[in-house]
Design a protein around this ligand. Structure first.
Ligand SMILES: [Fe+2]
Length: 215
């Protein structure tokens, strides 16, 4: 399948099972430490250095902007994603969530800093993501993809280590109600290099926390 035509692409085994297993344990431990530190009031309720427990899209679910390990992967993945998309890219930011039972990711497009978005399945229970990729481009002729209807979208199942790359500002995407226990996903966002581009999501460089943004 062609990224240029479909505006998305699945990279099987983008990360080894061993590394995913390490990252899963690392993130679960980080979440546990975050909970303890907040519960025992050893960090301020406004501290984001150990992650947060809500965001606008998914309330009461653990998330972390710019985890250092994920930011390292953000840098590492760039050449591969440039090759697949045929775009010259600039790193924007990484983000993780450990989704919980009952979560729903509403149908949406990503913000401007996420022109090329990816989601990597790190572990936990499988949870399909849906894309509505044919908006403005008509019905594709790739018979391997089952498209029930535009409203229903394309269902994508990622195994542990698989990564979905898609045009985050163009393709609507969502996940229906999650019936598993945990689902660990990491998101890596890039912008297409062009004049006036905002790099690193308004931070000085990759790896810095959200409070260093210059706007
Ligand atoms: Fe999104």
């Amino acid at each position: 399948m062609s990224f240029k035509k479909e505006k998305y692409c699945i990279v099987k085994k983008a990360v080894s099972k061993e590394l995913c297993n390490f990252l899963e344990n690392y993130l679960l431990l980080k979440r546990q430490c975050s909970k303890t530190l907040f519960d025992t009031k050893q960090i301020s309720p406004y501290c984001v250095d150990y992650g947060k427990w809500s965001d606008e899209q998914i309330p009461n679910t653990y998330n972390c902007y710019s985890d250092m390990a994920m930011e390292t992967l953000l840098l590492k993945f760039k050449p591969t994603i440039e090759k697949i998309t045929n775009f010259k890219l600039s790193e924007s930011y990484s983000y993780i969530r450990i989704y919980k039972k009952g979560d729903i990711l509403k149908r949406h497009k990503d913000r401007n800093e996420c022109e090329v978005s990816t989601t990597l399945n790190i572990g936990g229970d499988n949870w399909p993501i849906y894309l509505s990729p044919y908006e403005n481009v008509g019905v594709p002729d790739n018979k391997k993809i089952t498209v029930a209807s535009k409203a229903k979208g394309v269902k994508i199942n990622l195994d542990v280590g698989d990564m979905l790359i898609y045009l985050g500002c163009e393709l609507e995407h969502w996940r229906n109600k999650f019936n598993g226990q945990d689902c660990l996903q990491s998101f890596f966002h890039y912008n297409i290099e062009k004049k006036g581009i905002v790099k690193f999501d308004s931070r000085l460089h990759v790896g810095l926390p959200s409070y260093t943004k210059r706007k």
